[in-house]
Design a protein around this ligand. Structure first.
Ligand code: AMP
Length: 380
């Protein structure tokens, strides 16, 4: 089925061709016609499913001839949990919004950076992508008004709830017009999310996209038995011996991420850490260098791993295991996408062994284990 069968206009079809999107993904086939008809949506889908374009494209079309009459009155509000996702979603609005007969101005706003440039940039904005806290600050300082919102999108709603944004979200809902279109996307359906769904959605079209099960089979997984002290040398050994050019390393804390990146740099391996305690500039810079392939190693924590879409990532290393098996699957799912197979290595200390067994059981797959004692880690 081509994109043109979904009711999108020629200018967007052309932009899709330029972006080399040849056919709609399953979520796009279902969501685009429904959003064009102004229906509410509940989309249960992961990053990688194509969920962003599934709402960006029809929203852009719905906005044609329908932008707000007053300045600083946005028509579309997209709430997201992290700054990275905000920038990523805004980019998709920008890419598809440029060729339209009526240009659509979009902006991403988030905390951790100075508010003044964002206040100024809000002039003439139609689509606002925001993290909850910063949005409230901007509304309270009259830099933006929400009284003309037609469409509300909650992207990665489960993560917003997990990060404790519930109260802020409720505060924002109370500022919106009652009559509006609501699009809620979430990777999981929890009890909390059920409440949000009841609160926000009216007679939604429900779209459930299962995570690609066979994705796991594309990933070659290995576990390395290693002591805590030998993790650094083992990491350098794997990077060097496998001639890894682009590797994502996971740790369980910001402190550890910094520590691992520092050690790699001291040993002549280009590495940077990206986590919630870094400045926004440093995070954006590290991610953009990594995506371009000019940064060899990015060390990060689970908090920032979701929602970051990096195409064709060949290597993932769990320097420390995540607590939940779901996070493990999510982490290794960063590699082995589509036609590009990848590998995922996990460092297993004696204390981790039991936990790693639980992870494997939940995943339904056993991982081959290698004893790092047998590797020559001297002088690495
Ligand atoms: P998302 O789930 O929205 O983060 O999208 C995952 C990735 O798929 C992004 O890099 C998109 O650029 C890409 N993508 C989305 N829809 C399509 C499509 N129909 N054809 C090809 N690539 C797509």
């Amino acid at each position: 089925m081509p994109f043109s069968a979904l009711g999108l206009p020629p200018s967007l079809i052309q932009a899709l061709a330029e972006q080399k999107y040849s056919e709609p993904y399953p979520i796009q086939k279902e969501a685009i016609p429904a959003i064009l008809k102004r229906r509410d949506i509940l989309g249960i889908a992961q990053t990688g499913s194509g969920k962003t374009a599934s709402y960006v494209l029809p929203i852009l079309q719905n906005l044609q001839g329908n932008t707000a009459s007053k300045n600083r009155h946005v028509k579309v509000l997209v709430l997201v949990p992290t700054r990275e996702l905000a920038a990523q979603v805004r980019e998709v609005f920008y890419v598809f919004g440029t060729n339209l007969p009526q240009k659509i101005k979009s902006l991403a706003v988030y905390g951790g950076v100075s508010i003044n440039p964002q206040m100024m940039a809000l002039q003439g904005v139609n689509v606002l992508v925001a993290t909850p806290g910063r949005l409230i600050e901007l509304v309270e300082s009259n830099a933006v008004h929400l009284s003309e919102i037609d469409t509300l999108v909650l992207d990665e709603a489960d993560k917003m709830l997990n990060l404790g944004f519930k109260e802020e979200m409720q505060k924002i809902f109370a500022m919106l017009p009652k009559k509006r279109q609501n699009l809620l996307f979430s990777a999981t359906l929890s009890e909390d999310l059920e409440g949000l769904k009841q609160l926000v959605l009216r007679d939604p079209v429900v779209i459930k996209i299962e995570e690609e099960k066979n994705n796991i089979d594309l990933i070659s997984q290995l576990g390395y038995f290693v002591s805590e002290e030998k993790k650094g040398p083992l990491l350098r050994y794997l990077i060097k011996h496998n001639a890894m050019k682009q590797v994502l390393v996971f740790t369980s804390s910001s402190y550890k991420a910094d520590n691992v990146a520092d050690k790699l740099r001291k040993n002549g391996i280009d590495a940077s850490a990206m986590h919630g305690k870094k400045s926004q500039e440093a995070r954006t810079e590290a991610l953009s260098r990594f995506k371009k392939g000019t940064l060899r190693v990015l060390v990060t924590t689970d908090l920032l791993s979701r929602g970051i879409d990096i195409k064709f990532l060949p290597h993932v290393i769990n320097y420390e295991l995540p607590r939940s098996p779901k996070d493990y699957i999510h982490r290794i799912g960063r590699t082995g996408r589509a036609e590009s197979p990848g590998d995922a290595f996990s460092f297993i200390t004696p204390e981790d062994q039991h936990h790693f067994k639980i992870i494997q059981k939940k995943m339904g797959k056993w991982v081959t284990m290698i004893d790092s004692e047998g590797l020559d880690l001297q002088g690495i």
